[in-house]
Design a protein around this ligand. Structure first.
Ligand code: HSE
Length: 427
């Protein structure tokens, strides 16, 4: 009998090719078959030595395969393929953040029932060993906060816009060409990719699942070069952040404060120095204090590194009886509530356009004052030919619902042309 661990690989895109390339010469593994969407597609490597098919359910049903490696992404058909493979007694290694975020609890329960494991290190943070850190390394801690830059594409875009004065569109096109962006880049720039990732991180950090659709999300498409420049002058850099923390609301104390939006990160905060396609996760734990893990968050080999690490971990234990039970996730089946964004508390950066007329500043001051919003800094940038003044303000920390009430009063005033962007400040 072969002593090699047998694998089926589903997906041969950017990550899949990296995985097969790292595993192909490893004598410990036997890649039995690879399932692809399009067999005829031109690839960066010659994979003709492998059996290829276009039906991933064949992998799920193949009794000679011990581990199914799912690197196809998306829900359909990955979710059904993975379920079938679990029922057929296969261990799963997946990079699929959307599937784990949306169906993780159900898949973990199914895996427990069938005495197999699901490893998903590559689902968040690309090559950074982050999932295993939360699952195992930090077990002695009560985690109070996870704040992360977990999307390489948006971090790459914001860095390029700042450092090279690139337009948003040019920076996005470069990220796509480099293979970081999702198939549909709106998942990156509108924040859906970060929602999936913070859902997974929150579930691990607080040991309770949360629902993807309850998470507030704001993308980076409204951010201009002026915002990046002014944020810097105020002492911040703008970063796309996934945040998960225990709520501070006494009336709703069990609810978690989980959200995804760009934030002004103080230049003194370690997350402010994370550039390009790098990801970083800042974790506050009761025993360890504060730690930050940083590294390449996307790309062929960094992500393949995490996938292959999982494969090797499973292979090292696969011959032991009942090993799967030692990898059960300690996640409760009770879904945790997510605090509504209105209840969150933040400092705010607000860019708005007004008519350049007497009393505008007085009106803004009263609108903020009427709702208990205290201003921290203020600047007015020039006046355009059509008489538009751009005003940028920073507030002290205040509840979101108070800020929104002030913004409504400001919008309703005829001197206001439009609110350009509202960003939150990390504290
Ligand atoms: N599009 C993702 C990113 C790939 O940019 O981070 C890794 O999940």
């Amino acid at each position: 009998m072969s002593t090699k661990t047998t694998l089926g690989i589903f997906g041969l895109g950017t990550v899949g090719t990296g995985v097969v390339d790292l595993l192909r010469d490893n004598p410990q593994f036997d890649i039995r078959a690879i399932s692809v969407r399009d067999r005829a597609k031109q690839r960066d490597f010659d994979f003709s030595e492998f059996e290829m098919n276009q039906d991933p359910f064949k992998l799920a049903d193949d009794p000679t395969i011990e581990i199914l490696v799912e690197v196809a992404g998306g829900i359909d058909p990955a979710y059904e393929v993975v379920k079938r493979a679990i029922i057929n007694g296969k261990h799963i290694v997946t990079a699929n953040k959307e599937m784990i975020a949306k169906h993780g609890p159900e898949l973990f329960a199914l895996a427990n029932q069938h005495k197999v494991t699901i490893f998903f290190e590559a689902a968040v943070g690309g090559g950074i060993p982050l999932i295993s850190t939360l699952q195992r390394g930090l077990q002695a801690n009560k985690v109070s906060r996870v704040a992360g830059i977990v999307n390489g594409t948006t971090n790459y875009i914001l860095t390029k816009m700042e450092r090279e004065q690139k337009s948003f569109a040019d920076a996005l096109a470069e990220a796509q060409a480099a293979g970081f962006a999702e198939a549909d880049p709106s998942d990156d720039i509108l924040g859906r990719d970060v929602v999936y990732k913070i859902t997974i991180l929150s579930s691990l950090a607080f040991q309770a699942p949360i629902e993807v659709e309850k998470i507030y999300r704001q993308g980076i498409t409204e951010i201009t070069d002026l915002d990046i420049k002014l944020a810097r002058e105020f002492g911040y850099r703008i970063k796309m952040i996934g945040l998960a923390q225990r709520g501070e609301n006494p009336g709703n104390s069990d609810a978690l404060d989980v959200r995804v939006h760009p934030m002004l990160v103080p230049l003194t905060h370690p997350l402010a120095g994370v550039d390009g396609v790098n990801n970083a996760i800042f974790i506050s734990g009761s025993a360890v204090g504060e730690i930050m893990l940083m590294g390449p968050g996307a790309g062929r080999y960094p992500t393949a590194s995490a996938v292959v690490g999982d494969v090797i971990n499973i292979a090292s234990a696969i011959k032991l009886p009942d090993f799967a039970q030692y990898f059960q996730l300690p996640i409760s089946s009770n879904v945790s509530q997510v605090m509504p964004i209105d209840e969150s508390e933040n400092g705010y950066y607000i860019r708005l356009e007004t008519h350049d007329s007497p009393g505008v500043i007085g009106h803004l001051g009263s609108a903020f004052g009427n709702h208990g919003v205290s201003l921290h800094s203020f600047t007015q940038r020039g006046v355009t030919e059509d008489g538009t003044a751009t005003i940028v303000l920073l507030t002290h920390r205040v509840k979101e619902k108070q800020l929104q009430a002030a913004l409504k009063e400001i919008t309703d005033n005829p001197t206001t042309k439009q609110i350009g962007v509202v960003l939150r400040v990390l504290s």
